[in-house]
Design a protein. Structure first.
Lengths: 359, 437
């Protein structure tokens, strides 16, 4: 009833190709952004900002990165944790070696460095496909974490191998890292940064390069025949994906935890991000956000729920229940919608357009 | 279709319910203690006796003494599964509870300690990392809110070396010492100290990292037992790595009497799974073993009355005792703070003062009925380690027995190491040293 596009005419190609072609969508997105920027920092306490929204945004970034590679270009990767470690350690080396470098520049440069590493480990993808490629990227995962653990140069010869983010300001007195950083600044910075990067990713997938990735994903021989170079398409997907993942690793180490060791980026981290895009939806930027929300927030909600409902049960029982319910939910969602939460959202939208008179 | 809608609706309702409700707040005059525990997950065999020790001691203080100077202790457990992210989440969830907020945090994980140092410092909540975490946090000028008492890993390495030296007849010159360590922040801590000691004492030092979780050590032990044949093996292990190492050491015939673990390779859960092969294995401990201290009479009585919180089988185990000592340090710091600020619930900042002025003398230990469970410590603004000591204990196949008195590490050289490392941290972080006058 309210969600109708009748009467909205497009008079230019630009309007027709807009990310949100329907007016109601644009209004909804604007309202959501306004809530995220203005209302949430005012209403949410430090617990919400710091331990729920900050990791959610960081993981969204990683999920977008992996989605570009796996969801859009069809190259299965299990090296996400290793690439995140690259970003974190590059950012640490850069910011300690060049203290005058601006923190945003540090993040972008560490992403760039990770992109090169990604290209390096993407080369085998020209020859191997599918599950075999997953095994090859697994090598990246183990090699990179091993390297950062093994050579003390990466952590400035700290006796324990832990890197710790030096205090840096976004501008003026607004510290993003260190003890002076407030949850509000961390949240707002991440919100802005991740939104811009997500917009870039969305546009990238709608451009020539994004379409060449999708062609490779759908059938690489056909893509080659119509003139897409697999070398360029695959390596660019690895580069850009690693760029995003590297930045998310740097954000993880600098903005979220503040200090991190290489082991924090073990194979489980790779699986975590992979599950995010599978649950959220392969080949969807929105799905990356939904998947990150599901995998990051659901366990926290589940472990908080009994106390919030006024039930006092022992922590081990809560923790066991959390595992069972979380597992059941994953299976439930995959049965209901194998293409992920993003698809569920899309179906909802289509139904809404027909409501209240479905045919 | 209906099933689907119902499921989605139920999910939405749970989300909403958990979003709306706020955590309960303790009564006015209670001292709130957040407990980060791991009763599930891979390290649960270690986490359960630790958590039980905390519960029992605080329950005992509330029931027997009516709290600390009339202020009752309140606490809430949060399950971390020994996972750093969950540890941070738990800390943030619990830090604001109670009338004065969190009194202190005992992370019981080196990784979580690292993640909390900055946060807790910003929130003015003391971190008591008792025998784990950052060794250089002993420098109170750089780390005002972090306490490492009674002893750090670096000091532990020194104690181990002293013990090995004494057993070898007073000199380690030309001897070989191997370190088997968990390849993580925790396991790497003693390396710098042992390398320095190797130069000073003239022994040959070799390192054997073991990848997490430590189930695969065949190659490591073949190398140690067949090729290197060291005079001593030191171990920085954790969880399942410990019992695996003991089994593998026995398999290559390495003598257990020459195998010494750190205090996290020292619990019943580490040796019992290794069976008979663990007989003779030694380890350091920062607390006394057994149930001979007078406080256990009160604890047994509490359990006889049905008011104990721990699993009875855990009473008197190594990690249970460690949690008792940890809680005792806390209540003493609270008492010290109350002597200055008044007999009411203290804030984190006031408890930090209490810790810095803490003086746990032998007389206080005896008065609390904890004789033999811990060595005296005295902290200051400069020194957050407090001069504690460690004992060497040996497993006889059914229980741990202390085989030495408390051995004090030689802290002069260690202190220089702490200060150098803390200075590097301060330089990276742009921290100006606190004036400790």
């Amino acid at each position: 009833m309210i969600y109708r596009e009748a009467g909205q005419f497009k008079s230019s190609y630009g309007a027709d190709q807009a990310i949100f072609p329907i007016l109601q969508d644009r209004i909804a997105v604007a309202i959501m952004l306004a809530i995220a920027v203005v209302v949430i920092p005012l209403v949410a306490g430090p617990y919400w900002l710091e331990t729920i929204l900050v990791p959610f945004l960081v993981f969204s970034m990683a999920a977008i990165g992996l989605n570009l590679l796996t969801g859009y270009c069809g190259q299965l990767s299990l090296g996400t944790g290793g690439f995140m470690a690259c970003g974190a350690f590059f950012a640490y080396k850069l910011s300690t070696a060049f203290p005058e470098l601006h923190i945003v520049l540090v993040f972008l440069l560490s992403g760039l460095g990770t992109a090169f590493v990604g290209i390096l480990f993407g080369i085998p993808s020209l020859r191997i496909k599918g599950f075999y490629l997953a095994v090859a990227t697994l090598a990246a995962q183990f090699f990179l974490v091993w390297m950062f653990n093994k050579f003390p140069w990466w952590n400035n010869y700290s006796p324990s191998g832990v890197i710790s983010a030096p205090p840096r300001a976004v501008f003026g007195d607004f510290y993003l890292t260190g003890t002076q950083a407030t949850p509000e600044i961390k949240y707002l910075f991440l919100l802005a940064f991740v939104s811009v990067m997500a917009l870039l990713a969305k546009n990238l997938t709608r451009s020539r390069i994004g379409r060449s990735w999708m062609a490779i994903r759908d059938m690489d021989i056909a893509a080659e025949i119509i003139g897409i170079r697999p070398l360029f398409a695959k390596l660019s997907a690895f580069a850009i994906s690693s760029f995003y993942i590297g930045i998310s690793g740097a954000l993880w180490a600098f903005v979220y935890t503040g200090s991190v060791e290489a082991l924090a980026f073990d194979i489980n981290r790779s699986f975590q991000v992979l599950f995010m895009i599978i649950v959220g939806g392969l080949g969807s930027i929105l799905g990356s956000f939904l998947g990150a929300a599901f995998i990051v927030l659901m366990p926290i909600f589940l472990s908080n729920a009994p106390a919030a409902l006024g039930l006092h049960i022992s922590v081990e029982l809560v923790s066991h229940m959390e595992f069972m319910i979380f597992g059941a939910l994953i299976i439930f969602f995959l049965i209901v919608e194998p293409s992920g939460l993003a698809r569920l959202w899309q179906i909802g939208k289509e139904k809404l357009r027909l409501w209240p008179f479905p045919y | 279709m209906r099933f689907k809608t119902l499921g989605l609706a139920a999910l939405g309702a749970t989300l909403l319910a958990s979003a709306v409700a706020t955590p309960p707040v303790g009564a006015a005059e209670e001292q709130f203690v957040p407990l980060l525990v791991y009763r599930t997950g891979p390290y649960a065999p270690n986490g359960i006796p630790l958590a039980d020790g905390f519960d029992d001691y605080m329950q005992l203080v509330n029931l027997r003494d009516g709290g600390v100077n009339g202020v009752k202790l309140a606490w809430e457990e949060c399950e971390t599964q020994y996972n750093n992210d969950r540890g941070v989440e738990c800390y943030e969830r619990l830090k604001g509870m109670g009338s004065t907020g969190a009194s202190l945090v005992n992370p019981y994980s080196t990784g979580i300690t690292y993640a909390l140092i900055e946060r807790a410092t910003a929130d003015k909540v003391p971190v008591l990392s008792m025998g784990y975490g950052r060794a250089d946090a002993s420098d109170g000028r750089v780390f005002p809110y972090v306490f490492t008492m009674p002893i750090t890993y670096w000091a532990g390495a020194d104690v181990m070396m002293q013990y090995a030296k004494k057993e070898t007849g007073g000199s380690l010159k030309g001897k070989k010492i191997a370190l088997v360590y968990h390849d993580s922040a925790y396991g790497k801590e003693p390396i710098a100290t042992l390398e320095r000691l190797a130069k000073e004492e003239g022994f040959e030092f070799s390192k054997f990292p073991v990848a997490h979780p430590g189930l695969e050590q065949k190659a490591t032990w073949l190398q140690i037992g067949r090729q290197l044949r060291p005079d001593w093996v030191f171990m920085w292990g954790w969880g399942v790595m410990n019992s695996t190492a003991i089994k593998e050491a026995a398999a290559v015939g390495f003598p257990m009497e020459k195998f010494v673990g750190i205090w996290w390779s020292a619990s019943e859960a580490d040796v019992v799974p290794a069976g008979d092969s663990a007989k003779g294995y030694k380890s350091l401990n920062i607390t006394g073993v057994g149930t001979s201290a007078p406080i256990f009479r009160d604890i047994q009585k509490m359990h006889a009355d049905g008011k104990g919180l721990a699993d009875k089988a855990n009473i008197g185990t190594v990690l249970y005792n460690r949690a008792l000592v940890n809680s005792f340090y806390f209540t003493e710091a609270l008492r010290t703070a109350q002597a200055k600020f008044g007999k009411k619930a203290m804030t984190g900042e006031q408890i930090q003062w209490g810790f810095e002025n803490l003086d746990v003398s032998q007389a206080k230990i005896d008065a609390a009925g904890m004789t033999g469970l811990l060595s005296p410590v005295k902290l200051s603004c400069m020194d957050h380690e407090g001069g504690g000591s460690a004992v060497v204990q040996q497993w006889n196949g059914s229980e741990w027995n202390a085989i030495t008195d408390f051995i004090a590490p030689r802290r002069d050289a260690l202190r220089q190491q702490y200060e150098a490392s803390a200075a590097q941290y301060a330089a990276e972080k742009g921290i100006t040293l606190r004036d400790c006058k």
